[in-house]
Design a protein around this ligand. Sequence first.
Ligand code: NAG
Ligand code: NAG
Length: 221
Amino acid sequence: MFAYVVIAIVMVAAVRADDPLAQAKCRSLHHVDVDAQGTQYTNDKCELDCVIHGAVNHHNMSEGLPCPGIPSTKNTCIGGKCVSPLHLGYIDIEMTSADLSKAATAYADVCLQNASTVVELPIIDRKTCVSCQTAIAPTSTHPTWRVVCQGSHKFIWKEESRVTFEVWDHVSSVKNNFAGGATLLITQLIEHHDSHKPIALPLARGDNSGKISVTVTWTPK
Ligand SMILES: *[C@@H]1O[C@H](CO)[C@@H](O)[C@H](O)[C@H]1NC(C)=O
Ligand SMILES: *[C@@H]1O[C@H](CO)[C@@H](O)[C@H](O)[C@H]1NC(C)=O
């Protein structure tokens, strides 16, 4: 009786390891025979691994479509993973300092957008921004602000949100020069495990160069 059960389990495992649908799909994608061993759908069929002569070729399947492996949920395939449709959370920001190649009488601002839409620096139309600004630091190549943006917990954000920092040189009461900016997506921050850590972002598109040091913290809802 005991031996019988063991054999049954081994057979089930063998059937699982062999994925004829995956093999057929891989053959149609690669036009060659694929190894049965390891050729399989994974991540709720959002990823297809085709093994050819021992080498694994990954394919992202059903991009943007419901995960075929769990059709009853609203999850979709994004980049080979089955993800829930909306990841919401809170964003906390600290603008610490900058290192500039030329001294500036600098202040920084941040624009939070509830979308991943690409922005042109500097942002002219700030209608879609939730903003926060530092004070003007004394003229220096290392302006220091240590400003924590208040009130971010009043808003809930999508994980695809864009966070854009701008450094401005306060020339006079009527003139500010754009020193440079940096923009990132919360999703990138999470991929790099940089949530909650001080990061130095290179400044671009302005008439100065250098880096701005910030801490962006993502807290999933
Ligand atoms: C699948 O998606 C991931 C994440 O977006 C990406 O890094 C990878 O290059 C993609 N793979 C293929 C084969 O397109
Ligand atoms: C961002 O979008 C989500 C989902 O549509 C919404 O729940 C949230 O209130 C929005 N947040 C802001 C700050 O607009």
